[in-house]
Unconditional design. Structure first.
Length: 348
């Protein structure tokens, strides 16, 4: 750890910094839809993970920007997590990253150059692992430390995996376990042990590169990644975009064991409460689900897992691909259904 705790320099951290879904909807409500650009395949209308613009019959460019304030105190780990999280949006569209630019805001009067250099090195190491150049970027003097990437990728125009193309009967598969927000809350209070921190870094720095392969599957109808709005929030985006409902079972949802134990003891994030206030009216919670379990479903995930809606015949192949890429906790958690755009949660 560094002498200066990065998490003490910001009012939030990771994807928990996101503006609450309801507030964001109000902010974007009057933006004009870019319908006059026929080659813009994905824009702002579906709350998707990245923009997609068709270049020709064989290629479309995937473009996204993602940055946030520190979720951990170690500068190198902060850079790795932020970069992994940003590249995830390209993978969530079924794309393959080709290049990244750094987005940097640092309180230069509070952080030594060596600390900032380590943050940048962490991000660069993830780009190296993804096989892409970190080709430049932009920096400003800011009151709180901010780091992330502009990520660019390529995808075939017919293989784009939007978040609004789920079909009735599709099975839902989640690639990573939930609980990153809970671990970050414990870390900020100085109450996360070394084993818990190791689990946190393990999940937040694992690239969702399986998304590129999933993008080639016709049986995968919709895909997104679970980040700041929590599992329920991002599943509701699939439901609303696809005009469908969803049923999920809590017992089937993968959880980080340390996070589940901490949540049962009362650890939670303010962002989880803001998330629930934004979309709780569109969720039906079954009997027997406790308050801490509900909060885990709203827990903001930083560099979370891919959420896939696929036809039942493709589910085994999707799970096998996740396992081949090291996502051993990937699970089928529910299915899409016809009806109101409501997520129903049962204990079983």
């Amino acid at each position: 750890m560094t002498e200066i705790r990065l998490t003490t320099l910001s009012h939030g951290g990771g994807c928990g910094c996101k503006i609450a879904p309801a507030v964001l909807s109000q902010m974007l409500a009057e933006l004009p839809l870019p319908n006059r650009f026929p080659d813009l395949l994905v824009g702002t209308d579906s709350s998707d993970d990245a923009a997609v613009y068709r270049l020709n019959e064989q290629q479309a460019i995937v473009a996204t920007t993602d940055f946030f304030m520190p979720i951990v105190d170690d500068p190198h780990d902060f850079g790795r997590i932020a970069a992994t999280n940003a590249l995830s949006d390209v993978y969530a569209m079924g794309g393959k990253p080709i290049m990244a630019l750094a987005v940097v805001g640092m309180p230069v009067d509070k952080l030594p150059v060596s600390t900032v250099r380590r943050i940048l090195a962490g991000g660069a190491s993830v780009c190296e692992a993804a096989g892409i150049p970190l080709a430049g970027g932009h920096s400003i003097d800011a009151p709180e430390p901010i780091y992330g990437l502009v990520a660019l990728g390529l995808v075939h125009p017919d293989k784009v995996k939007r978040n609004d193309r789920a079909q009735p009967g599709d099975l839902l598969i989640l690639g990573k376990p939930l609980g990153i927000g809970i671990l970050s809350a414990a870390l900020k209070k100085g109450e996360l042990d070394e084993a818990g921190y190791a689990r946190m870094i393990e999940h937040t720095t694992r690239l969702n590169g399986v998304g590129t392969t999933l993008g080639e599957m016709d049986g995968v109808h919709a895909m997104t990644d679970v980040t700041g709005f929590g599992l329920l929030g991002h599943l509701l985006e699939i439901c609303r975009g696809s005009n469908l409902g969803a049923d999920i079972a809590f017992r089937d949802i993968p959880l980080i064991d340390v996070a589940a134990e901490l949540a049962s003891r009362g650890y939670a994030t303010g962002a989880a409460n803001r998330n629930w206030d934004s979309y709780g009216s569109s969720v039906e919670i079954g009997d027997g689900l406790s308050e801490w379990q509900r909060k885990l479903l709203c827990d903001p995930q930083t560099s979370g897992g891919l959420l896939v809606a696929c036809e039942p015949d493709s589910a085994a192949e999707v799970l096998a691909l996740f396992r081949q890429h090291g996502f051993d906790q990937a699970r089928q958690i529910g299915r899409m259904r016809e009806g109101d755009c409501i997520v129903r949660v049962t204990t079983e």
